[in-house]
Design a binder for this molecule. Structure first.
Ligand SMILES: [Zn+2]
Length: 140
């Protein structure tokens, strides 16, 4: 039976109900929250890796900035597409592709939510999903 699989399973779960969580980390020494997860040590207080723990971050935040790419040399994605910097309610700022291909209708400060979008299938027929951010519906 084919399943949903995340293109980047280390960063988010493929089967989250509702707004997908992001896999971040937290420092037990100083409380610093970060994304993406890493095992080098706390970049805020310098605590060793043993002080870091996994933390689920809510995929909700505000749009800090955005840019639309009109010409792109890579073959992995077709232009135009829009990249946003979202400051998560849980702290970290993350750069992500937005579901809007162009930046129409986006305003700095907009509420944004993570969403999973279809990204084709792998060779075993599993449905692949990727994480994007989308403007939250009018409720602010
Ligand atoms: Zn720390």
């Amino acid at each position: 039976m084919p399943n949903r699989k995340a293109v980047h399973p280390e960063l988010y779960a493929p089967d989250s109900a509702g707004i997908p969580f992001l896999n971040g980390g937290k420092c037990r020494a100083c409380g610093y929250v970060f994304f993406p997860p890493q095992r080098y040590g706390c970049e805020s207080c310098g605590a060793p890796p043993e002080k870091l723990e996994a933390a689920e971050l809510r995929g909700c935040g505000r749009l800090h900035s955005h840019a639309t790419v009109h010409l792109h040399q890579g073959k992995d994605i077709e232009a135009p597409f829009t990249v946003g910097l979202i400051v998560l309610d849980d702290g970290p700022a993350i750069r992500s592709l937005l579901t809007n291909r162009r930046d129409e209708g986006l305003t700095i400060g907009d509420r944004m939510n993570s969403v999973l979008v279809a990204a084709g299938a792998d060779q075993d027929g599993n449905e692949m999903v990727e994480l994007r951010f989308a403007r939250a519906e009018a409720r602010k």
